[in-house]
Design a protein around this ligand. Sequence first.
Ligand SMILES: [Zn+2]
Ligand SMILES: [Zn+2]
Length: 1001
Amino acid sequence: MFLVGELGRSMRSDGILGVGGSDQSRATAVVVASRRRWLKRRETWLVVLGVALHAVYMLSIFDIYFKTPIVHGMDPVPPRFSEPPAKRLVLLISDGLRADKFFEPDEEGKYRAPFLRNIIKNQGRWGVSHARPPTESRPGHVAIIAGFYEDPSAVTKGWKANPVEFDSVFNQSRHTFAFGSPDIIPIFCSALPHSTWNSYPHEYEDFATDASFLDEWSFDQFEGLLNRSHADPKLKELLHQDKLVVFLHLLGCDSNGHAHRPYSSIYLNNVKVVDKIAERVYHLLEDYYRDNRTSYIFTADHGMSDKGSHGDGHPTNTDTPLVAWGAGIQYPKPASGNSHSDSVTTFVDKHAHDMPTPYDWGLRRVERVDVNQADIAPLMSTLLGLPCPVNSVGNLPLGYMKLNEAEEVEAVVANTKQILNQLLRKSYIKSSNSLFFKPFKPLVHHSFSLSQIDELISAKSYEAAMKLAVDLRNLSLEGLHYFQTYDWLMLMTVITLGYTGWMIVLALHVLQCYSSLSGDLSKKEHLSVQKKDSGKVYISGCLLMAILSVLNLVEHSPPLYHAYIGMTVFLWTQIFSEYRLIRGLWKYLRERRADYFIKLLFAAAVAVVIVELLVHSFTERKLYTWFFLIAGVVASILLHFSIPWRSGIPVFVCISCWFLSVFTLMPAEIPDNNNLVITSGAIIIVISLAAKWLDTHAEGNKFWQSITFHESRTQMCSMLYCIQIFLVGVSSVMVFLSTKHRTQNQELHSSHQFINWLVAGSSMVLPLFSANGILSRLSSIFLGFAPPFLLLSIGYEAVFYSALAVVLMAWILFENASHHSSKVKESSLSENNTEEHITIGSDERYLQLSDVRIPLVFMVLFNVAFFGTGNFASIASFEISSVYRFITIFSPFLMAALLIFKLFIPFMLVICAFSAITKLVRVPRLGCYFLVILFSDIMTIHFFFLVKNTGSWMEIGNSISHFGIVSAQVVFVLLLFALTNLYTRSIRIKPLSTSPSLKTL
Ligand SMILES: [Zn+2]
Ligand SMILES: [Zn+2]
């Protein structure tokens, strides 16, 4: 700002000294060039700052919501039993087995798991184990075996390695035998010296075949081990010791569920396979030991959604079966009431989908005891007489255990002390670091409660002791939550202030550089005192930052706290250093008349309504339907004023908007419809033919000339066009061929795979060589991305691609019409003083209030590209089967990359159209980008406040992912801008000066 003022003054003084006209224009050119350089530097800096800021603030949710619950340094508390109920324990985890498919009968009325049903009815206990999202394999297994809910950030730290050392039932056992998947077993056993384990190679997990042989593999390994023991006295001795754990991980259901979905015969048959394995394990061990000292637990780590995925909090994912029997486990009881009894009053996520036992399960007469997934860990520990894993937050489910009254109390007391120890440790760590420590008040007198419990036990009043112990346990769990959320208020304030500061910085930048205000302000408000004053502001900002950093250091805060606070202080320092600009702005506003404020208020109101609509659309997709129905009508009425009806454009705009509005009514879970994908190939070709026709026939028309303008039209372009059409046709055929082959042979033909990759890859390069008029380039981009999109499609989203493209065309036509009708205003623009024009390109104009429309429409379209084909807010709703035309081997990273790429394609279209429009109406593209960021940060703040810490975990998870998506949008948009710039960079529009000569063409 200062620099410009200085240069401006020097330029003017040159004028006073009477330098000739040509010199003056040269001086102006110098000023323009240096101002441009300054602007470029400043904008690079703003973009870098924006990306850094969003990355840092997005990380804040890890400090707020995903803080690791693990602390170290607690002593294990073994239960005071005379003899533990069981000598050994068998844990069978059927990966991805959902509760209803396990309990319900098939179409013929036969149950799929006859052996375990027999156990439920005659020998053991059952219930539904409620998993907590993320319902993924690793967190599920950690909850079962270690008793705590791993923070999702641990997942990102790697699946194979164990990112944090944590205690588990296996850890406390004398020896653990574990067999199963290479993704799971090493998490618990690789660092465990007292374990014997094995896992199959990753290649076994090829999901195109029936994966139930993976279950057989685990069983065979264990059977082989027992057989070997007859010849190996050492192994035999080991097997006859107490506190042994046998863990068989059965991956079949998970793999088959992903590949064939849980309604397929392959998945359902796999349920029979795991039941058979449970039966064989049972008989094998009972024959081997013949001492009735083995307990068995059968459960699953998570369920499987109807689409063959898991991860979110849908009941199909969270509800898993639990069956326990053998030593130390109660026999079945008749159900007491209509409903089942819960061993704990509330479930971890307090979810509402805790359903009554369905009638067709045929288990209403047998008492059902539901547990939270982490409760299984203390259950296993107590059965073996081991201390609960030190980080466990599970409540011992007494409903499963056969203990006398004294043992019951001892077991619960051990469980309580273990949880209390965690709390005390957390409290200690916090208090030793904080300057102003606020303890968890309800548990200040915990030692008194503990001695009271001991007294009651020695007085044999077990009931009272039990009640006290349970109360103490609940309070301890509350206390853990208290310390988990200790820093929330401070962090939330800092981050909200940070986002607001960033938005103000952006708004000031746009006003200063891209609006007509910039000329006014830079003329009046440039004095050399500014430098000295802003120096003061910077110094005080630095001081404040230093003080806060020292405070953070003293409190041993996590390193990112420095970043959050530093970023916020920096932004506000930046704002205060511009206080002259703000004052100038204020002055400027005071001089305006009332109608200016009415216009301003109206624009602000429209912006807020649209942004709020976008916020709500994250939970309610149907809003888009309404939006486009109304937008179609409104836009065509507005168009009516600038161009006549008979041009057909208003009708086209209206119909295309209505067409797009259909898609947000369709189910978010895309149903398979191969024919639709194939037909949409034809639709794409028809649309491009129409565009081509328009491109060649409308050149003489004045209205169309800015869209159809070409610098050159060569033979190559029309050949390229034919190739593109051909590729779209090929991809349509390939969709048909490879799907047909796959359904017949359960595999992807390798030649199909090769052609698919080739077609998708090559077609994306072609648009780069197309003619550089707006219409021809955009339709070439549309054709270029069609093959990969079609090949990645499974249903109606293929048609959505065309619908979106048509609406984008309508948007361009709309902007072209309003631009066309405001030509008069624009021609006066070129007469403006060049000095005011120094910030932006010569063929660009300043942003006006009405230009806010462009970023707002862009945001709506960008988000509809997001939500039009499903609810991408939950990662689990990605349709895995859409990558089957490209890969067969299960490789999560490549699959995720392909899915994300598919998600990107509609965005690319929207951004290409946006770039074209900014060129068409000659507004600065970066200015518009900053406005987009400004508006999406209103959404970010809104979502930051919408993030929940109560309610069902599904709501919490969704609210967090919404926040994440909007924060990431800023970076996404920027990234896509850079990517699409490859395609749109060379788009040329009709230069302003050549407009008269064009008439002669
Ligand atoms: Zn799993
Ligand atoms: Zn899975």
